[in-house]
Ligand binder design. Structure first.
Ligand code: ADP
Length: 324
């Protein structure tokens, strides 16, 4: 039997470079590997764990699917679907919540960060996010998850849930691991933290024009005493250089050390290289946008295929837990 893979991206906006390098590139790599059966969702139900706008959610959910298709996810090779259309995820999350303590969830760094960000929106859904994520993965018995470094604490929870379900109820869930990639932590353009859809000024969208990319990369704060310590902005710029123009890095580092580096030269070279990678995706996106019926078909068929697998797992869990 093929090993299963599950990955998802929240419907909080269009995809950015961090999502692409940290998650989508790994998703593409595995969809072309015949060892794996790949399931890729837009995690729209995870979007409601923080304040959201109904119309934006609807719009963004579709944008994520279109970005997936533009990036090369292929419905003939992968099951591409919308999380909320497969209700088995939510039922399984409820069962999983019975083997998860509140204290464990409250101590997660990701939960603490969100509480700080939205102090008046500390909901049960937010607390339950990692449990739903465990259900997203384990409802397909997936053992491999292409995701960024920020998801590691959540994957640890998924492994704990799998272990407990196996020990207490005799299930055969795998303990899912993250597929690591070179770009699994893309820094914010502000020089602080990671690139994220929810932090303004931090990201480059896959659909940004070359001018926008150049402007955004030029905005990375690199003012520094030449030859001194690299400040966070300079470090970020070097991360981008290593990912997009690796052959130039050694020379740039030398120039940085002897104080002759022109940051604008590095920035413009990085921006050009990023756009070169994104241009084919943008052209493909324009084609897909013209064929909305195709997008509808992908979403509908994806949900049907996902449900077929998910309902099997649910049946098994209910039997083992004495609920059927
Ligand atoms: P965001 O934080 O932008 O809202 P999501 O939480 O929807 O993104 O994450 C979707 C996927 O993209 C996850 O696998 C996540 O780990 C990955 N990801 C998000 N931001 C980054 C980043 N800056 N670098 C690498 N991977 C990232």
């Amino acid at each position: 039997m093929k090993k299963r893979v599950l990955a998802g991206i929240r419907a909080t906006g269009r995809l950015h470079l961090g999502n692409y390098l940290g998650a989508v590139k790994g998703m593409l790599q595995l969809q072309d590997d015949p060892q794996y059966e790949t399931l890729y969702m837009v995690a729209d139900a995870h979007t409601i764990t923080t304040p959201f706008d109904v119309n934006e959610l609807r719009k963004n959910r579709r944008e994520v699917i279109i970005d997936y298709l533009a990036a090369g996810l292929d419905p003939d090779k992968s099951i591409i679907f919308q999380q909320s259309q497969v209700s088995e995820h939510f039922e399984l999350a409820y069962y999983f919540s019975s083997v998860t303590t509140i204290a464990r969830m409250q101590h997660l760094p990701t939960f603490k960060d969100k509480v700080k960000q939205y102090p008046h929106h500390t909901t049960m859904a937010l607390l339950n996010y990692p449990v739903l994520m465990a259900a997203d993965i384990l409802v397909y018995k997936a053992g491999l998850v292409p995701a960024g470094l920020d998801q590691e604490p959540h994957l640890e929870v998924s492994r704990e849930v799998a272990r407990k379900m196996n020990q207490q109820y005799g299930m055969d869930f795998p303990e899912p691991v993250r597929l690591t990639t070179k770009g699994d932590y893309i820094p914010s353009l502000t020089g602080e933290g990671k690139m994220s859809k929810s932090v303004q000024g931090s990201y480059i969208n896959l659909t940004d024009s070359v001018e926008t990319i150049r402007k955004k990369i030029r905005s990375i704060p690199t003012a520094t005493t030449a030859g001194g310590e690299m400040n966070p902005g300079v470090k970020s710029l070097f991360t981008f250089a290593e990912l997009f123009i690796p052959n130039n890095v050694e020379q740039y580092k030398k120039e940085f050390s002897n104080g002759t580096l022109q940051f604008v030269t590095v920035k413009d070279a990085v921006a050009g290289a990023i756009y070169k990678q994104l241009e084919p995706l943008q052209l493909k996106r324009q084609q897909i946008e013209k064929d909305q019926a195709y997008v509808d078909k992908v979403i509908k068929e994806g949900a049907e295929k996902a449900r077929t697998i998910a309902s099997q797992t649910l049946k098994e869990v209910k039997e083992k837990m004495g609920l059927s």
